[in-house]
Design a binder for this molecule. Structure first.
Ligand code: 2YJ
Length: 272
């Protein structure tokens, strides 16, 4: 699980609204639609919640401590969805108390192991791993116009990769898993999924990338030389982005990757 660093999210307060628009253009799903899709709520229900509910982001100091701009970014994303959002002045348990006293309905907080949205009214919870996998799976389904019967390669079989594989299989995709850790093979095959090491990734035009090493995936890994890469679609929650610079340039508009936004928006859906 990658720990975010301030540098990666330093401008999210300025970019959260624009990314919402770009996502809509690329995938048909903005933050609100994503929250609805992953949770079974209607868009109207999410909009109604955004109109009436208050969100607090509580900085958490335990473990490796506060990440500069993390809570502010979470507040910015939920604000871009229409929620009345604020960052508490105090941290940890004191921050949770402050959130409640200031009438927050949903509280976002993260330590080194878990990032959650807790609905204080209903006791419902949105977990970032579950929400991120569900959100990116929806994005791939939407970009592809459905995945029923389509081969999809999931890269990386860690926590998010497993959840992604599960979500994509449920969407009807024929899921294969690519993980350089051979010890994962048994679990992959036990889950009824194909083990892709030794296979040609270029046979897979739909990719869900949940690896956490940057820049290792080249255009040549994904497309044949005579192919114009126009049928490759990638949902990439893995941080940092696996595509190298050339591949990212060539595939612009055909891959979706962000640091926090999609997972956070989807968490709202689960917490309602
Ligand atoms: O409040 C803060 O600023 C920090 N305590 C935030 C810590 C954020 N946590 C992480 O990035 C961990 N890798 C856990 C993320 C789990 C989501 N997959």
């Amino acid at each position: 699980m990658t720990r975010l660093i301030t540098e990666w999210i330093s401008d999210m307060e300025d970019t959260a609204c624009n990314w919402n628009e770009q996502l809509k253009e690329m995938t048909g799903l903005g933050y609100i639609e994503l929250a609805a899709q992953v949770s079974g709520h209607s868009v109207e229900e999410i909009l109604e919640a955004a109109d009436t509910m208050k969100v607090a982001a509580v900085p958490i100091t335990s473990g490796l401590g506060v990440i500069g701009n993390f809570a502010e970014s979470v507040a910015a994303i939920t604000r871009a969805m229409g929620f009345d959002s604020f960052v508490t002045e105090t941290a940890d348990v004191n921050g949770l108390y402050e959130a409640r006293v200031k009438d927050a309905d949903i509280v976002f907080m993260a330590d080194d192991d878990r990032y959650i949205a807790l609905n204080l009214n209903k006791g419902k919870i949105g977990d970032n791993n579950i929400a991120t996998a569900a959100g990116y799976a929806e994005i791939l389904v939407n970009m592809a116009g459905g995945l029923e019967g389509s081969p999809v390669a999931v890269l990386g079989y860690g926590i998010i990769g497993q959840l992604l594989a599960d979500n994509l299989a449920k969407a009807g995709a024929a899921v294969g898993v690519y993980d350089k850790d051979e010890s994962k093979r048994e679990a992959v095959e036990n889950a009824g999924l194909k083990w892709l090491i030794g296979e040609d990734l270029r046979d897979y035009h739909y990719i869900a990338d949940a690896t956490n090493e940057g820049g290792w995936l080249t255009l040549g890994d994904l497309t044949a030389a005579d192919d114009d890469s126009n049928d490759v679609l990638i949902a990439a929650p893995g941080i940092p982005l696996s595509l190298n610079e050339e591949a990212a340039g060539a595939l612009r508009g055909r891959y979706v990757h962000d640091m926090l936004e999609i997972g956070t928006a989807a968490m709202i859906g689960f917490a309602l």
